[in-house]
Design a protein around this ligand. Sequence first.
Ligand code: ADP
Length: 368
Amino acid sequence: MVDQNKLLRCEKMASVKVAVRVRPFNQREIDMDAKLIIQMNGKKTGILNSKANTRDESIRYKEFTFDYSYWSHDDDSEEFASQEQVYKDLGTEVVDCAFQGYNACVFAYGQTGSGKTYTMMGSSDSQGLIPRICKALFERMAEDSKRGTTHRVQVSYLEIYQEKVADLLRGRDTTSLKVREHPKRGPYVQGLTTCLVTHYGHIQECMNRGNSHRTTAATNMNDVSSRSHAIFTITFVQAGYCDGVPSETVSKIHLVDLAGSERADTTGATGQRLKEGAHINKSLVTLGSVISALAELSIESHGQKKFFIPYRDSVLTWLLKDSLGGNSKTIMIAAISPADCNYGETLSTLRYANRAKNIINKPTVNED
Ligand code: ADP
């Protein structure tokens, strides 16, 4: 079923891709006359510490190179990226990989209000990566079915809030579900609703239903900010014949909108908010540790040596295990603010993204 040439092509691109996207100034930043501290040039993103009282350039200005650096201010600039451009660069690879039998994971990282949801879901007049990926998947399926392949698409949508898993497709049911691990198929959530979807409108309905159930609470950063991680998973099954024998290829696409990465002390959080912050932090720190362990693994041994990867240290990393390392394509989008008032958080996001760059996954194909 899976073409070996395609497999080689996917092997070439089977590393983690990291993109940084700076959003335009928001009203609050305009009102406080915030200064622009981000510069982008080609793949490079630079950050200026406008308050540093030193002439030492290495302290005043830090620069990082990513796979993509996306500007959002003036659409004449070369680095400007529309939603469509972001999809072309990142989303199309996810769709290609799914059709080639690989798992894929796209996640957005950054402080609350930095543009994670805009990039992943989009706004009412400009669709983000998730709807575009879903649309393309159905368009390609329609083409492929003319060649005799049949497809099955199932979706699930869950939220991780304070290390507990809730089913976003089940309504306002707050029952926490258990994570289990199948020896062959990997981690899964017991009892999670999966919906069989047959067309794009259907998948959109599931997304809208889940989005309306997400846990949100007010913090100083944003009126309604997301304090939970949300994972929208598409399980994609292609059935056909390989050398006359019936065969099925299963790929999973995890689309993840992470909770805000801000440190609890900058959001003025107390009580329940502080507790939420600690849980969010634990997941994001573990995600960072998993990513850097995988980076070391790829640098030192190209997958030969046994490394301990702490996937099970958080529910988030455990559930993403099959799409971080091994059989997967991983895309991280670091969302940042352009303003000097967010310097600390933005630098920390850029450093986090920088650590993610080195993973080279060793691809294998899911085939039953
Ligand atoms: P987060 O999900 O990180 O909390 P949002 O995606 O909700 O942040 O973005 C905060 C606000 O900024 C929203 O009003 C969103 O429409 C706007 N925004 C974010 N990124 C961009 C962008 N690249 N271009 C235009 N507007 C953006």
